[in-house]
Write a protein that binds this ligand. Sequence first.
Ligand code: C5P
Length: 234
Amino acid sequence: MTSNPVFVALDTTDLDYARELAERVRPDIGGLKLGLEFFSAHGPQGVRGFEGCGLPIFLDLKFHDIPNTVAGACRAAAQLGVSIMNVHAQGGAVMMRAAVEAAKSVSPSTKVIAVTMLTSLGDEDLPSVGLTPPVADQVLRLAGLAQQCGLDGVVCSAHEIVRLRAELGPDFLLVVPGIRPAGSALGDQKRTLGPRQACDAGASLLVIGRPITAAPDPALAAREIAESLLVSVA
Ligand code: C5P
């Protein structure tokens, strides 16, 4: 997909700011992540606006609905030319298979990945939604199900990388948010890892937001991360 594993999360509703930021960091990143915040404000047109920047796009909309509806949403998202999209594994096997089939019928190269358990949920939250702790076991079970259903990978927290890589093999995409280079603020992220450590542990792609977007010089922050990963920078 790209030799630089860093996808920058453009978490904003400000279209001009998002475009300007993407342009500034473009030489030193591997892709862009557009999520619910951006999509709710700007929709498909907003996503198409990034076509010209030549970077792969991860459309992070976390679909979770009945199979027919998710399949339709995946077909529509695949038509936007995005490289990665995602669904909730908790939508079940039939839904995940429908998602993959629908997305690949439009764009065979688009990767469909699954969210297992939201990283905002802890062991203490599981019984109230009818699940048995620990979270780590739920993550492994749902990631295995996603793999059986033909998904290309999962989103996982830094602290799940080693176990999932060992269980799911070398080719399954592990897309990891919550990345914090040394010295950057944790914000609301709890289970963090540095970029180099996450890649060494077996991450395929890193989703990085505020350590780049909120840095005084986002281009410099992106370049330093790229250099720490020993990827070639332009
Ligand atoms: O700013 P920060 O680096 O924390 O941004 C991380 C990005 O990854 C955000 O867009 C956030 O929504 C996303 N994400 C996450 N945890 C997950 C799934 C997605 O932080 N489990």
